[in-house]
Design a protein around this ligand. Structure first.
Ligand code: C2G
Length: 132
């Protein structure tokens, strides 16, 4: 049976930290499915609209070689539903979420990966603003 890996993120202003987590997530199975946060979820979670729209972020993440499928993550509360919907064997998250998804260990493996140091969307936005 092929193993399905599921991961989530906003992936706004796509950068190498995003790429690395996707590449590493893909090594845990045969098929990587990525939930990309909706614009509305981002607004409620971070209090701002992403730089790139959800359609653009889905197009970028969906075009990556390790990614088999993308979908819109509408709510943080729907993780169990998405795990079941996509038949995920493994849930992979960055370690900024360490411990937060342990409740799903009854239905799948849960793995937290270390973040790539010294890069973030927020830092990039600030750097680009300074250049302008
Ligand atoms: N990431 C990373 N290294 C960085 C920056 C981000 O490994 N330097 C990882 C995060 O840990 C996450 C993924 O890249 O696994 C996407 O990061 P974000 O877009 O910041 O995702 P977030 O807004 O935390 O959305 O349901 C959960 C949310 O959708 C997660």
């Amino acid at each position: 049976m092929p193993r399905t890996v599921l991961t989530f993120g906003t992936f706004d202003v796509f950068h190498v930290g995003h790429l690395r987590v996707i590449e590493r997530a893909a090594t845990y199975g045969d098929r990587l499915v990525v939930g990309v946060s909706s614009d509305a979820l981002n607004q409620s979670k971070k209090g701002r609209q992403p730089v790139f729209s959800q359609a653009e972020r889905l197009a970028i993440v969906g075009a990556l070689k390790p990614v088999s499928e993308v979908f819109v993550e509408e709510s943080l509360e729907l993780k169990r539903h998405y795990i079941e919907q996509f038949g995920a064997d493994v849930l992979v998250m960055g370690d900024d979420w360490e411990g937060r998804f342990d409740e799903f260990r009854d239905v799948c493996e849960v793995v937290y990966l270390p973040r790539t140091p010294a890069i973030s969307t927020t830092a990039l936005i600030e750097k680009i603003s300074d250049l302008a």
